[in-house]
Design a protein around this ligand. Structure first.
Ligand code: AP5
Length: 226
């Protein structure tokens, strides 16, 4: 399957994408994670990307599209992929149309996570990431590690992203509204979009996402509360 996950910063895209990718046995590809990997390795691309990321602006398309093209060319994407954080503007959506052109359907589903901005700010304020594997994500209140400041999975030290300061988060939200929200219309016109609420427990959101892509069952017992 080829799936896109779209939503504002802090909506829980990374949290859900990691779980969906395991369910569907397809790679989770996050352009934000790819940039952070480059930055951690001290590459020139990473340094360049970081100058944009720390101010809350988009990394220029010529960099981002190149990084994604290179990632999609790897053999593990043959069975599909789950894109988290790409495309973020209409030019990137058009570039993705080009990269996925062929006999197969370009995409199977576009999931949009909907969440009030106040909740986003609170989720991002409490987010902590593992500095060793850069993959595991915690929240000081909603999913705290067993030992404060330490990754449950690999023992790495947890850190706070430097684009998670409140002023930068506000800028990222503005960029989402002005540049990324129009991408939803691009896929609505292709009949691919399902919007789900990102509120509730992580498992509840995952259940909604699985139903939306035809891989889960509606749980009537919580229809009014989940
Ligand atoms: P990126 O890394 O993609 O950041 P983002 O889109 O702003 O999203 P976040 O990673 O902040 O949040 P998320 O939705 O993944 O939430 P998470 O699951 O972590 O991009 C960073 C930057 O890179 C961009 O600003 C840009 O500069 C650049 N960039 C990336 N892609 C680009 C592109 N295509 N073009 C140009 N530039 C690009 O969850 C957040 C917190 O909430 C966590 O602590 C989590 O534990 C908690 N949480 C999750 N779900 C729940 C729940 N259900 N209940 C309670 N807490 C929850």
């Amino acid at each position: 399957m080829r799936i896109l996950l779209i939503g504002p910063p802090g909506a829980g895209k990374g949290t859900q994408a990691a779980r969906l990718a395991v369910h569907l046995s397809i790679p989770h590809i996050s352009t934000g994670d790819l940039f952070r990997e480059h930055t951690g390795q001290g590459t020139e691309l990473g340094r360049h990307a970081h100058t944009h990321i720390r101010t809350g602006l988009l990394v220029p398309d010529w960099v981002t599209v190149g990084v994604l093209e290179e990632r999609l060319a790897r053999p593990d994407t043959e069975r599909g992929f789950l894109l988290d954080g790409f495309p973020r503007n209409l030019a990137q959506a058009q570039a993705l149309d080009g990269m996925t052109a062929g006999p197969e359907p370009r995409l199977d589903a576009v999931l949009v996570l909907e969440i009030p901005e106040a909740e986003v700010v609170s989720r991002i304020a409490g987010r902590r990431l593992c500095g060793r594997d850069r993959e595991h994500v915690f929240h000081v209140d909603h999913s705290p590690p067993a030992v404060a400041g330490t990754c449950d999975v690999c023992g790495g030290e947890l850190y706070r992203r430097d684009d998670d300061r409140e002023a930068t988060v506000r800028r990222r939200l503005e960029v989402y509204r002005s540049e990324t929200a129009p991408v939803v219309g691009h896929y609505q016109a292709q009949g691919l979009v399902t919007t789900i609420s990102a509120l509730g427990r992580v498992q509840e959101v995952l259940d909604r996402a699985l139903v939306a892509i035809g891989r889960g069952q509606v749980d009537d017992s919580c229809a009014s509360s989940c």
